[in-house]
Design a protein around this ligand. Structure first.
Ligand SMILES: NC(=O)c1ccc[n+]([C@@H]2O[C@H](COP(=O)([O-])OP(=O)(O)OC[C@H]3O[C@@H](n4cnc5c(N)ncnc54)[C@H](O)[C@@H]3O)[C@@H](O)[C@H]2O)c1
Length: 255
């Protein structure tokens, strides 16, 4: 098993990708602090995997809560090896429809500042413990390309890619590795907003496999990146996007 005896924190653990990461990490031998906003939801998840998963409620937009989250993992499991900054929120609004007072801050508060909080708190803790650590961030292909209706989301994910690089550089002397995963379109509650907008079939046909990526497929990439098998991967964003960044939507009609 790849993650035997490892202890990991996964934020956004009750969402589509987060839950899949928790399940994959357990299958690979890890114990996990499953973090999300709703205490009851994290407790339900923990009850399914009693002994290996501990539920914990925290809002990653608040640095003090992120610090407490890290302490909670160490108190409960005795150590910490991996932090996965996975929690994120989407937005579906044209730029000119933005409310300038809140739209930018709400999205970047979670997707950008929340990840920054995780990197900072975990980096400090790994350094203080004097042990190697791995910090993984969930980015998106939209950190690397423009798209309509997601101005702030794309900006926040581009920031995740750059934070990954800068943090990897500064934390390398302490044996802390930092990397990110950029999923394409993954079938989770977040993606289902396109269903409500009547765009589900349209975006499915844009997929190279004609289907959406499954959360478990993204979780496999995280398990690899958290393990020693990927020790030479540092400071980079690994694309797990079904080829989306590398081809134009097919011109010819698809089945
Ligand atoms: N689904 C996709 O197609 C896709 C593609 C690329 C990247 N991503 C990224 O993957 C990550 C997970 O998304 P998902 O698709 O599983 O979405 P999801 O909505 O299913 O899960 C997100 C989880 O994050 C939690 N969360 C939100 N704000 C939080 C906060 N302030 N503090 C703690 N937890 C918070 C939510 O409660 C939810 O459980 C996000 O960072 C998202 O941007 C998703």
């Amino acid at each position: 098993m790849r993650l035997e005896k490892k202890v990991a924190i996964v934020t956004g653990a009750c969402g589509g990708i987060g839950r899949a990461i928790v399940e994959k990490f357990i299958a690979e031998g890890a114990r996990v602090l499953a973090v999300d906003l709703d205490e009851a939801a994290t407790a339900l998840l923990a009850a399914e995997y009693e002994g290996t998963v501990k539920g914990y409620a925290a809002d990653i937009t608040d640095y003090a809560q992120v610090e407490h989250m890290i302490e909670a993992a160490i108190t409960h499991f005795g150590t910490l090896d991996v932090l996965i900054n996975n929690a994120g929120i989407g937005s579906a609004k044209m730029l000119l429809d933005h409310d300038p007072v809140q739209d930018f801050d709400v999205i970047t508060g979670v997707n950008q500042k929340g990840v920054y909080h995780g990197i900072l708190a975990a980096g400090r803790k790994f350094k203080a413990l004097g042990k190697p650590g791995v910090i993984l961030n969930t980015s998106s292909i939209y950190g690397q390309m423009a798209a309509e209706m997601s101005f702030t989301y794309n900006v926040s994910k581009a920031a995740v890619d750059m934070m990954t690089k800068c943090a990897a550089l500064e934390l390398a002397p302490y044996n802390i590795r930092v990397a990110a995963v950029a999923p394409g379109r993954v079938d989770t509650p977040m993606l289902r907003q396109y269903e409500e907008m009547g765009l589900w079939e349209h975006i499915r046909r844009e997929q190279m496999r004609n289907e959406f990526t499954q959360p478990a497929e993204i979780a496999n990439v995280f398990a690899f990146l958290a393990s020693a098998e990927s020790n030479c991967i540092n400071g980079t964003t690994v694309c797990a996007e079904d080829g989306f960044l590398n081809f134009k939507y097919p011109l010819l009609p698809q089945e």
